[in-house]
Design a protein around this ligand. Structure first.
Ligand code: 5RP
Length: 229
């Protein structure tokens, strides 16, 4: 089974948690997109749900496939968010933001009663941090913010490159018009301490550590689909 098929299996299992009438947060990334495709098939068969997308990219796909959307201002309380992750550990601490959508993803997840993470088994780690931590920052004072991030991490014994995310030679700009710093600190044993330290830096808008937000993870492996709570 290839990786795409595993993503589809995880997405299919998550669809089993979607009920008629639900207000859904809809994540971003290739796994979330498989979920949108399956959801759209169910919607075409009569399932009545309304989604709040976590990115412009997800909004476009939902519109193209006929999934009804609302804004978070129209629906400030959601029943369930389904989203992918770049990494997760046994406590369901996540690293997200590989698709540069972490801010909206976190706002939408925080407005949801439940959050289900869908992923293939390669995303499960013992301690998060193998995947560089995405940090969404205000473009103003970028150099000062980057320095502050490095210093705050060093105080926690974390060191590594902090690079401005670029794609095709251009700085990546998020849906919220911010930049992304990718911090290659390696394993992050105390994610809560790092989260607090990053939140204390004025130029940091949000970071990709999701702590105590996911309520269930659906993990697809060649040997089958498993859940983690
Ligand atoms: C986007 C995200 C994605 O959920 C994460 O990058 C996983 O993406 P994929 O399913 O393509 O591996 O956090 O900001």
């Amino acid at each position: 089974m290839d990786q795409r098929q595993l993503k589809i299996e995880a997405a299919r299992a998550a669809l089993g948690h979607v009920e008629n009438g639900m207000r859904l947060g809809i994540g971003t990334g290739s796994t979330a997109e498989e979920f949108v495709r399956l959801l759209a098939e169910r919607v075409a068969d009569g399932l009545d749900v309304i989604g709040v997308p976590t990115s412009e990219r997800t909004a476009s796909l939902c519109k193209e496939l006929g999934v009804r959307l609302a804004t978070l201002d129209e629906l400030p309380e959601l029943d369930l968010t389904i989203d992918g992750a770049d990494e997760l550990d046994a406590e369901l601490t996540l690293i997200k933001g590989g698709g540069a959508a972490l801010l909206r993803e976190k706002i939408v997840a925080a407005a949801s009663t439940k959050m289900i993470v869908i992923a293939d088994k390669s995303k499960v780690v013992e301690t998060v941090g193998r995947f560089p931590l995405p940090i969404e920052v205000n473009p103003f004072g970028l150099a000062a913010t980057r320095l502050a991030v490095e210093k705050a991490a060093a105080k926690l014994g974390l060191e590594g490159e902090v690079t401005l995310r670029e794609k095709d030679g251009e700085t990546v700009v998020t849906d919220g018009q911010h930049f992304i710093l990718d911090a290659s600190f390696g394993r992050i044993p105390d994610s809560r301490a790092l989260s607090e330290a990053l939140h204390a830096i004025p130029g940091v808008v949000e970071h990709g550590l999701f702590i105590n937000m996911a309520t269930l993870a659906i993990i697809a492996a060649p040997e089958g689909v498993q859940t983690m709570t």
